[in-house]
Design a protein around this ligand. Structure first.
Ligand code: CA
Length: 339
């Protein structure tokens, strides 16, 4: 009897070990043990709330040791003057209230908006940020972060207008060449489209300058990527003290709904996840060796070039996994409690 029990126990232990080794990797599991990606986020924390979702996701990845958020700069000059304060409220919630924040001082005004959520984040949550107009200049924040970085060590993730990046090209092209490893951009619509995607249309001149003259590689996440990835409803399970939850509660969606009711597309989170975890083959299909061109109306188009061509420094991405699975990975990271 004792022997039988012993055998049964051994059998159970072996089965447990097998099932543990076969169980799927957690949706929030990093793909490999890599040094943390050193990242700068350039965001229009303004009309849409996926910027807040992307910042939450980056903090969760930072908590997991997958990235280090060196700085956040804002663009689009929201009329509330509170984009930087909203960023700082989220950074403070995640225990990183000291991350440098800069704002654009010369951004476009033609598409200025009044954010539905930044003032609530500014007024109801802890932070110590000045109004956007008095905050540090985005160019100075870029300069500081890049000058002190190791060569080819920085990833920039751009999820808004291209205003700051255009200034950076004009003022500090050598810093980009020497310090930046990769630029991951949410913008455009690929491979071809008649649509004026918002991040391009907000400041067409700046987007065209970046597409034509960025001295390095660019990975483009078009509108069609994030559109398939609906997230945000699970923020209801996070505390009322979570400013990202509040942003989703206040950002309206069509049909008298708020973003938190049924979620919304994750344009910016998709680019942010890619910026940190890279081109995981199970998740992304990369279309490399090409060039994104932007016409004077702000319409993007993809031109395939031969590998090795000097101008073939752009790629765009498609989702290779099930959009539902990828949305779950993104939302898992958005709702995980700060460390
Ligand atoms: Ca955005």
């Amino acid at each position: 009897m004792k022997l039988r029990l012993h055998r049964l126990l051994s059998f159970c232990l072996v089965m447990l070990a097998i099932s543990a080794s076969l169980s799927p990797v957690s949706a929030t599991e990093p793909s490999a043990n890599q040094p943390p990606v050193k990242l700068i986020l350039d965001t229009d924390m303004s009309g849409d709330c996926d910027d807040a979702g992307a910042l939450a996701l980056l903090h969760a990845l930072a908590d997991r040791g997958e990235c280090e958020l060196l700085a956040v700069v804002t663009n689009r000059r929201d009329l509330t003057n509170a984009s930087a304060a909203a960023v700082d409220a989220i950074n403070t919630y995640y225990g990183r209230g000291d991350i440098p924040i800069g704002t654009d001082k010369t951004g476009p005004t033609a598409f200025q908006r009044t954010s539905p959520y930044t003032t609530a984040l500014r007024d109801d949550f802890d932070h110590d940020m000045l109004p956007d107009s008095e905050a540090a200049d985005a160019l100075d924040v870029y300069r500081q972060a890049l000058r002190t970085a190791a060569d080819r060590s920085i990833t920039i993730c751009s999820v808004g207008a291209f205003s700051n990046l255009a200034v950076l090209i004009r003022e500090e092209p050598e810093l980009i060449r020497t310090k930046v490893k990769s630029l991951v951009v949410m913008g455009g619509h690929f491979p071809q489209s008649n649509r004026r995607e918002a991040n391009i249309a907000t400041h067409v001149e700046a987007a065209r300058l970046v597409a034509e003259h960025w001295p390095g590689e660019i990975i483009w996440h078009g509108f069609e990527v994030g559109k398939q990835l609906v997230t945000g409803a699970r923020l209801k399970s996070t505390p009322q003290t979570n400013p990202v939850r509040r942003a989703y509660e206040l950002r309206p969606m069509p049909g008298n709904k708020m973003s938190i009711d049924a979620g919304k597309p994750s344009y910016d989170q998709a680019a942010a996840l890619f910026a940190v975890r890279g081109a995981e083959p199970k998740v992304w299909q990369i279309i490399p060796n090409g060039r994104v061109e932007i016409d004077d109306r702000g319409i993007t188009s993809w031109t395939q070039e031969s590998p090795g061509a000097q101008s073939a420094t752009h790629s765009y991405v498609k989702i290779a996994t099930s959009p539902k699975q990828l949305a779950r990975t993104i939302e898992d990271l958005m709702v995980v409690a700060p460390k």
